[in-house]
Design a protein around this ligand. Structure first.
Ligand SMILES: [Zn+2]
Ligand SMILES: [Zn+2]
Length: 131
């Protein structure tokens, strides 16, 4: 799969049998639909997180295309105080997190901590080419 942001081929990382597509060049992460749930290991937490995502069509940030269906993704506000903007496939293929965004979202105390996942995400960024 190609990175939706910089078009470089992404690498596949695995955590708890969840395959995560990661771009080592820009530090972005693609999660297929359902992978956030698996990653958090807690359906309730994941669905409250997903339900907290609010689509905002007024955000001017550059739109990126879904790596699966190639349609432009929608901007979604999430994370602590809804200050993080992520990209979501309108057809539900998955979610795109720019560098650091997934960490900030998972690190949001509101959803409780999942230290394994956080450690793993930290690890990903440590190995990224772009710091
Ligand atoms: Zn990239
Ligand atoms: Zn899509």
């Amino acid at each position: 799969m190609k990175c939706p942001a910089c078009k470089k081929p992404m690498i596949v990382l695995e955590l708890n049998q969840v395959e995560i597509d990661h771009c080592a060049f820009c530090g972005g992460i693609w999660l297929d639909s359902g992978e956030l749930e698996l990653l958090l290991g807690n359906l309730e937490k994941a669905s409250s997180m997903l339900n907290s995502f609010a689509v905002d069509s007024t955000i001017a940030e550059k739109k990126v295309k879904c790596p699966i269906c190639r349609s432009k993704m929608v901007k979604v506000l999430c994370g602590p105080e809804r200050k993080i903007v992520i990209d979501k496939c309108a057809s539900g293929d998955g979610l795109w997190f720019d560098k650091g965004e997934l960490y900030d979202i998972v690190n949001d105390g509101h959803f409780g901590e999942n230290s394994d996942t956080l450690d793993f995400i930290k690890e990903i960024f440590k190995n990224s080419i772009v710091k």
